[in-house]
Design a binder for this molecule. Structure first.
Ligand SMILES: [Fe+2]
Length: 408
């Protein structure tokens, strides 16, 4: 007899989980060389600072963090989301958000997925509790204003599901700290007031809503990027995929499919090992699960479970420009076999000051209604030495390039 799986209404559609992940929202690293890392991610890659949070100055934290020399955490964005990338100090995170279990090599601060509503987040937290998926916390963090539940994966990585991240607009202003009183350290009761209502309330209460952090660019706009002058010859237009080294691929695949609702797109066998690529939407993959045994044979840093954090740039030309720009500034690259990035034709793997790998690319294969990836023999052959100057289009070239704002 077939077991009837419980289903949940997500906005009137019956789903296996009471939420549906829509996209990767943000990602972060815990680092020890904060200054170098800020320079790398801000000046070289072009993430803009949206807020700096001094954890040591938070109530009750000064005593706990008194041995930590730098207690600041940096929030960055590449689009209108308040943050799409964060850097926190390892000394701070070891104290206030340590990994759950794991083998002491989790340097990923969080892997954060957007859901469609506040109800999805709250119902998701109940679902995780019932299924005994370890929950770190539920609430709403400031800065960023996103309502969330944090859960751990089998290796101790923190996955966050959120709704409603603050949008930073044309004037680059983040919310002022005076509005942080709408943060929650516990599960919020439903329903909640809208963000528009929060804004009206803040204005009524005399808060200067235009007094938040504003990023100011300090580098000269020396490069033309397809018609616009920018401080670097490329623009990050999307984040992800996140590629992880895990101790047990089967266990992790079960977690990300059964508990978080990911779908498997494609599997690769490399050196006899199973590597699995998963998605939430039309992207070929937003998550790759690699067995830890490949970490050494691929020459990746043993200090981290992060194989790579992907950043998509706006075009093939920008990808080529990015590689030259970073190389000229002393950034080193790793050679990763092309069969380990199925669905991405050209990719380059830059190394950050801590040894984390950043996967730069411009194209990702799109998956349609039938859920099938393109047959491998129809893909662009990219295992060649030199990248050509120009390319022929494919059926889905630039299909995922839907960056909404101005480039800078
Ligand atoms: Fe987050």
């Amino acid at each position: 007899m077939a077991i009837q799986q419980e289903r949940y209404s997500v906005g009137g559609v019956l789903m296996p989980q009471p939420f549906k992940i829509r996209r990767l929202g943000h990602f972060g690293f815990n680092v020890t060389k904060m200054e170098e890392c800020v320079t790398f991610y801000k000046d070289l890659l072009g993430f803009k600072v949206s807020d700096i949070l001094n954890f040591g100055a938070m109530p009750g934290m000064d005593e706990k963090l008194k041995g930590v020399p730098d207690t600041r955490g940096f929030f960055f964005r590449h689009n209108g989301d308040h943050h799409t990338f964060v850097l926190f100090n390892t000394g701070v995170t070891d104290t206030i958000m340590p990994p759950y279990g794991g083998e002491g090599d989790v340097t990923i601060n969080q892997i954060t997925w957007q859901t469609g509503s506040l109800a999805e987040v709250v119902n998701g937290s109940h679902y995780f509790r019932e299924r005994e998926v370890p929950i770190m916390r539920v609430g709403r963090d400031m800065p960023g204003s996103n309502w969330h539940v944090y859960v751990y994966d089998p290796d101790g990585h923190i996955n966050e599901l959120y709704y409603g991240i603050e949008q930073v607009g044309w004037n680059a202003l983040s919310k002022p700290t005076e509005m942080y009183y709408r943060g929650f350290r516990e599960e919020p009761g439903l329903p909640q007031m809208s963000e528009q209502a929060e804004l009206e309330e803040a204005i009524r209460d005399g808060i200067d809503v235009n007094s938040g952090y504003r990023y100011a660019e300090t580098l000269p706009p020396e490069y033309e990027v397809e018609g616009v002058m920018l401080p670097r010859p490329f623009k990050i237009t999307r984040i992800g995929p996140v590629n992880l080294f895990v101790k047990n691929v089967e266990e992790s695949v079960a977690y990300y499919t059964d508990s978080l609702g990911f779908r498997i797109t494609e599997e690769v066998t490399y050196e006899g090992q199973r590597v699995v690529f998963l998605r939430n939407g039309t992207e070929h993959h937003s998550l790759g699960l690699f067995p830890k045994v490949l970490r050494e044979s691929l020459g990746m840093s043993s200090h981290t479970t992060c194989h790579s954090f992907g950043v998509e740039v706006g075009s093939y030309q920008q990808l080529r420009n990015a590689v030259s720009f970073l190389e000229e500034r002393g950034v080193t690259f790793k050679d990763i076999p092309h069969e380990l990035h199925p669905g991405i034709d050209y990719a380059a793997y830059a190394t950050d000051p801590e040894g984390h790998c950043i996967q730069l690319y411009y194209y990702m294969e799109q998956i349609g209604w039938d859920g099938k990836p393109k047959p491998r023999e129809l893909r662009r052959p990219t295992g060649v030495e030199a990248w050509p100057e120009s390319l022929e289009p494919m059926s889905d070239t630039y299909a995922d390039q839907t960056f909404q704002g101005p480039l800078g």
